[in-house]
Design a protein around this ligand. Sequence first.
Ligand code: SAM
Length: 338
Amino acid sequence: MRYIGNKTRLLPFILRALKTTGVAKGSVHDAFAGTASVGRALKSKGWQVHSSDLLLSSYVFQRAYIVAQSADRSINRLARELSALAPRAGFITRHFSPAGGRMYFTPENAGRIDAAREELATWLERGAVDDDAYYILLAAIIEGADRVANTAGVYASFMKRWQPNSRRRFEVRPEKPKPGREGATAHLLDAAAAARLLGEVDLIYIDPPYNSRQYVAYYHVPEIIARGWSDEGPAVRGKVGLLAGKEGRSDWSHGRRVKKLFSGLLSATKARHALVSFNSEGHLAPAALQELLGEAAVDGEVIHFTQGYRRYRADSERAGRHYHLDRALEHLYLIRLR
Ligand SMILES: C[S@@+](CC[C@H](N)C(=O)[O-])C[C@H]1O[C@@H](n2cnc3c(N)ncnc32)[C@H](O)[C@@H]1O
């Protein structure tokens, strides 16, 4: 789905960097999983993947794309049933369609999303779907809603006119998970807490928020769909219907705390290696991050890769070399921790 910091486009770069450095395939903790794109790619390469994030919507993706190993043959039929339900006026209609004064979804799509989400909740309650099918279908509802959301990509605001995508019909299109190594786990947890829980792993992949945006505020609508509702549903406020309460808010979005949080995470993890994604528009200057990583590395060595945002060109460099700092550079650092 459309998600700030989604690494889908950078997967070849990340996989190539891992290959170049010769880190042996084993267990990995994708600590800031988001859309689960990286964990999913590593799963397909034979890694045993554990993942974590503060958002329930991310947890849903982790369960659907990483933990689930297969889907029952009935999954497509169930998805078609959800897509074909008559619209219902539920929480999304009341708060995120013109009926609620917010133009996130057309009345018809809002009603279809309501119907699909509410029906899926009753299927789970009745035991008509198992956990894997539930998460696969819920991920498909969130992604289907995102395809027809009347936004410019994030949910921080809605467009004042219906965009062409928002007029298309909402559909539930599940992705069948590919089988991977046994023992994958997903965690609705802070990265450091999950690292402590997981103990020894071969690799931790660290892709934290880059700036002061709170993901829960930019993606409150997918989060609400993930959480579901009964009766009144969650409290929402303001022009765009943000979730009231602190749940899902991250300390990593406070610039001054990031250095301390990085050090805390690196001492919490028992990973053998750490692979860190960082964006040059982030809170920390690349040089400051590199220094911090150098101190955490067992041999003081930081392997640094960069790639332009839209170009698929990778350079591998050793620590200490000079760079022309391009605003559109994605950085990857690899260190050995043990
Ligand atoms: C840059 S995005 C990760 C993108 C991800 N690699 C992908 O490809 O979709 C950062 C993620 O960190 C999550 N996050 C923020 N604070 C966190 C914390 N303390 N622990 C775990 N995850 C956190 C956010 O919810 C967001 O999903």
